[in-house]
Structure formats: structure tokens, C-alpha cells
Design a protein around this ligand. Structure first.
Ligand SMILES: O=P(O)(O)O[C@@H]1[C@@H](OP(=O)(O)O)[C@H](OP(=O)(O)O)[C@H](O)[C@H](OP(=O)(O)O)[C@H]1OP(=O)(O)O
Ligand SMILES: Nc1ncnc2c1ncn2[C@@H]1O[C@H](COP(=O)(O)OP(=O)(O)OP(=O)(O)O)[C@@H](O)[C@H]1O
Ligand SMILES: [Zn+2]
Length: 468
């Protein structure tokens, strides 16, 4: 379909590229909305996939920031970074002068996360200009596919003139060969290590032996966010040990929540769009086994097993999570240490130290308040980069290889059980810059998670004692 070009006086800031055709900015209008379909969403963004025939958009998704409806806690600030955030990220090219948070976030992906993760695994995207009517129209078109609770919480923010255009990682780059298929798996791995900081207080010592993800499950269950505890433990997925990675992938399949999805040529075949999925039932697993027919050449009842093996083997051999883990480990003070540095950089007296009443243990925290500002800035900056790495997702897309081990520039993986060779590509998505203000929420949530988990363990212990 034809996309009209408009001369426009909206300038893209330094380092940010607007989509252009014939040297003019492309502007999407109401009539183009029909080509965009619902692909998914998280707390902050609505993601749409392109189904039209314009070469500029084939193989792309559009990421539209959401605006909260009344009463939602997810408040969007339309202004750019705060003074302290500008100080924190001042080394990032162009970020200090970025006109809004979305542009700042894009520069952050480009200049911070991409170099850390490897540019071959990251697409920072480009901006495309959109009219309000386009945004209103796509918002209306996809509303019935969105989870009801997401609709209640927020809507597409129609009050902006550009959105982000990204590579659609659920399709193979350059399309599928000779109509062959692309199967892709999306994993939200969460934090893959046990914290080791000396700033973790004795009463929270449990954090050193149980992963944040597993403890958070207890809180999510208690708050009714999930109906069953996940079998998954990130520590297995990041272990670099094949057997433990196998275990993690099988657990993700059994209890996918919002941590595991599979797409076939861009259509969801496993997991839930825009939300978490319940534990995998017999009916769901049968349907998935069937959906894999065209991808895995194995007898019925063996396709899922072989597919999960393919995923596990790829995670193991590619080492793609090793780098992610190193970035997550930039959080080496833990929130119990980093929160003190945070209050120093926002020039507020530290409520955490105030509440602990100057006891002996709290001296270790007081020491954090006497370090130079640059060191405090580094602690918080590293903490926030690690927070991005703990919340992003990995998409691995597979395509049956046309030419065995030669030819295409993509990585190859051999599935021994079926003697199939696949090209694969691994990409990270959702590498958003976390707002500085979130440090306060992180500290509160950390306390809540530990308390809830501790109470759950105690309750289990007393039930056990009463029944024996
Ligand atoms: O705090 P967590 O670990 O629950 O992570 C939040 C995620 O929850 P999860 O536990 O993965 O379901 C949460 O995901 P959902 O909305 O639950 O799908 C968001 O990713 C949130 O990030 P942001 O506020 O959109 O920037 C995430 O917040 P951050 O902690 O990454 O800031
Ligand atoms: N580049 C992409 N290619 C394919 N699918 C994508 C891409 N980006 C996002 N998606 C899909 O859209 C969903 C939501 O995207 P994303 O995670 O960026 O939203 P978010 O609101 O930032 O999430 P969060 O709640 O974690 O902050 C993803 O789970 C994924 O299924
Ligand atoms: Zn303090």
C-alpha cells in the first residue's frame, strides 16, 4: 500500500532517525491503521505488527507507549529527564537534550544497552511520525484483543507525534526462505543470580539463597496476580550447565506465566499475549504439539520435547545469556546498599538510615553517605542498568536451514533427535531505561517480597509441625 510523504518541521534529535521515503519523513495516518495488528503488550507499551505490503514496514513492529487511565499507578511523565537523571546519564550522547522520555530511552538503548549486550542482539529502532487519528484508530482496532485488566489500567497514548518502529523478531530477518517457516521463542528470564552484597541485612539473609523470582512468586500468589507458583528458577537458565538449562526450559513450558511464549510466523502458538498464562494443561500441550507439525520432523508426542531441546541447546551453545548475566551483576550493592546512594544524589536525607535509628549495624549504611557524589552516581547508574537487564526479554527465532552448514550468515544449530539444522538469531527486547524515582519502589518491593516469602515459609513450617 502507498504511504504518503509529508514535509514536516518536526526534527529528530541527535542520534535519532525518523523513517523517511524519498528523503521526506513518512507520516502514518488513519487510513494506514488497518495494516497494524495486535502483537502484545507489557505494563508500559502496546506492540503492533505490520500486515500490509509497504516495504518500509514489512518485518517491523510498532511500540506505542501507554497512558494510564484514571487511578492507575503507572504515571507517565511527558517531560524529559529530571535534573538528577540528566546528571546520572550525562555521558550518554544526546540524552541531556532529549525532548521527552521516549527519545531518551531510545538513546539509552543505542548508547548503553546495545554496546553492553552486543549490537547484533539489539535493535534500538527508528521513529516514525504518526497522526493522532492513526493512534486513535489502532487503539480502537486492537482493544478487543487486549487482556481486560490491561485495558482498564491503560490505553495507547494518542498524545504524541511519533512512535518506535522495531525489527519484528518473531519473523526471520529478510523473510522466510521459499515460504519456509520461522518459529520463535520469547523468554523473560528475570534475575539470574543470588545477590552477594555485604549491604544485605541479616533479617533479609534469605535473599542470598533463594532467587528474587522465586520469592516474588509468593507475593504474586498472595496478591492474586498468579494462580500457581512457577516451576521456573532463573538460576537454572543462567547456570551454563546443560542439564539445568533443560530443566529451566521444561519448567517455563509447564508454567509459562509472562516468562515464555512461542510464535509461528508471527502468530502466537504458546503462552498468552499481553499477559501471563496459566499452567500448561493437557489440552494446551496437545494443541502446541500439533502446531509444531510443520517445524519439527518428529512423531506425535515427540515434537514438543524436541522443540524444547532445540531451545535449550541454543541457549547453552550460544552463550547469549552469559553477557546478560554480567550486566545484571552490575547490581553489586543490592537495593539495600544502592538506596542510600540514591538519597544522596537527590539531595534528600535518607529515610532508611533515619528509621534504623543509628544502631551499630546501620553504620555500614552511614558509610555510604560519605562517599563522593561521583561514586554515588555510579552505584545508582549501575543499579538501573542492571534493572533493565533483569526485566528485558530474549527472542530466539529459528528457521530450517536451506543450505546445511554453509551459505547463510546466521548461526546454526543441529537438533540431533530429528537431524535438522536451523538458522537462528537471538535478540533482546524491552531494554527500557528505568526512571530514577523507581529506586524508592524497588526498596519497598524488596522488603515486601522478603516479608511475604518468609511468612509463607513459616506458615508451611507450622502446618507441617501440626500434622506430624
Ligand atoms: O519488579 P518486577 O520484577 O516485578 O518487574 C516488573 C515486571 O513484572 P514481572 O515480575 O516481570 O511480571 C513488569 O511486567 P508485567 O507488567 O508484570 O508484565 C514490568 O516489566 C515492570 O517494568 P516497567 O514498570 O514496565 O518498566 C517491571 O518492573 P521493574 O522492576 O523492571 O522496574
Ligand atoms: N521487536 C519485537 N519483535 C517481536 N515481538 C515484540 C517486539 N517487541 C515487543 N514484542 C512483543 O510485544 C510484547 C510487549 O513488548 P514489551 O515487552 O516491549 O512491552 P513493555 O510494556 O515494555 O513490557 P514490560 O511490562 O516488561 O515493561 C513482548 O512481550 C513481545 O511479545
Ligand atoms: Zn541511608
Amino acid at each position: 500500500m502507498e504511504i504518503s510523504n509529508f514535509e514536516t518541521n518536526i526534527q529528530a534529535p541527535l542520534g535519532i532517525v525518523n523513517l523517511k521515503e524519498d528523503d521526506k519523513d513518512v507520516v502514518l495516518e488513519q487510513k494506514h491503521a488497518v495494516d497494524w495488528v495486535y502483537r502484545g503488550e507489557g505494563a508500559a507499551n502496546l506492540v503492533l505488527a505490520y500486515t500490509g505490503s509497504s516495504h518500509s514496514f514489512i518485518g517491523k513492529v510498532m511500540r506505542i507507549p501507554k497512558a494510564p487511565r484514571n487511578g492507575s499507578p503507572h504515571v507517565r511523565s511527558p517531560t524529559a529527564l529530571s535534573t538528577q537523571e540528566r546528571l546520572l546519564w550525562r555521558d550518554v550522547d544526546g540524552i541531556v537534550s532529549s525532548p521527552n522520555k521516549e527519545i531518551a530511552a531510545q538513546l539509552y538503548v543505542q548508547h548503553v544497552m546495545s554496546p553492553l549486550l552486543g549490537s547484533e542482539h539489539v535493535d534500538a529502532g527508528m521513529r516514525v511520525l504518526v497522526s493522532r487519528e492513526f493512534l486513535e484508530s489502532v487503539e480502537k482496532n486492537v482493544i478487543c484483543q487486549r487482556p481486560a485488566w490491561r485495558v482498564d489500567a491503560a490505553k495507547a497514548d494518542t498524545d504524541r507525534d511519533s512512535v518506535l518502529l522495531l525489527t519484528d523478531h518473531s519473523l526471520f530477518p529478510g523473510g522466510t526462505l521459499n515460504g519456509k517457516l520461522c518459529v520463535s521463542v520469547e523468554i523473560k528470564p528475570k534475575c539470574g543470580f543470588l545477590p552477594f552484597s555485604r549491604f544485605i541485612s541479616e533479617r533479609n539473609a534469605i535473599k542470598r539463597s533463594i532467587t528474587r523470582f522465586r520469592m516474588h512468586q509468593a507475593l504474586k500468589l498472595h496478591q492474586g496476580e498468579i494462580s500457581e507458583l512457577s516451576e521456573y528458577d532463573p538460576i537454572d537458565l543462567f547456570s551454563k550447565c546443560k542439564e539445568r538449562i533443560d530443566k529451566a526450559i521444561i519448567s517455563l513450558f509447564n508454567t509459562p506465566q509472562n516468562n515464555f511464549r512461542v510464535f509461528l510466523n508471527g502468530s502466537l502458538i504458546f503462552g498468552a499475549l499481553g499477559a501471563g498464562a496459566n499452567s500448561t494443561s493437557f489440552v494446551i500441550s496437545e494443541a502446541f504439539e500439533d502446531a509444531l507439525k510443520s517445524v519439527i520432523w518428529a512423531d506425535n508426542n515427540l515434537r514438543t520435547k524436541n522443540f524444547l531441546q532445540l531451545v535449550s541447546e541454543t541457549v547453552y551453545k550460544s552463550g547469549v545469556l552469559d553477557r546478560l548475566l554480567e550486566i545484571q551483576k552490575l547490581d553489586n550493592f543490592d537495593i539495600e546498599g544502592a538506596v542510600h546512594a540514591y538519597y544522596d544524589i537527590i539531595y534528600e536525607s535518607c529515610p532508611v538510615c533515619r528509621e534504623s535509628g543509628g544502631d551499630k549495624i546501620s553504620q555500614i549504611y552511614t558509610s555510604l553517605h560519605s562517599i563522593p557524589l561521583d561514586e554515588s552516581l555510579k552505584i545508582v547508574k549501575d543499579y538501573l542498568i542492571a534493572a533493565t537487564a533483569k526485566d528485558c526479554s530474549l527472542i530466539i527465532s529459528f528457521r530450517p536451514s536451506e543450505d546445511g552448514y554453509s551459505g547463510s550468515p546466521y548461526n546454526k544449530i543441529h537438533l540431533d533427535a530429528t537431524n535438522q539444522i536451523f538458522d537462528y538469531k537471538a535478540s533482546f527486547i524491552d531494554l527500557d531505561l528505568k526512571p530514577l524515582k523507581k529506586m524508592e519502589d524497588y526498596y519497598e518491593l524488596d522488603k515486601k517480597i522478603v516479608n511475604c516469602y518468609t511468612r509463607m515459609v513459616e506458615a508451611e513450617r507450622s502446618i507441617k509441625a501440626n500434622t506430624t
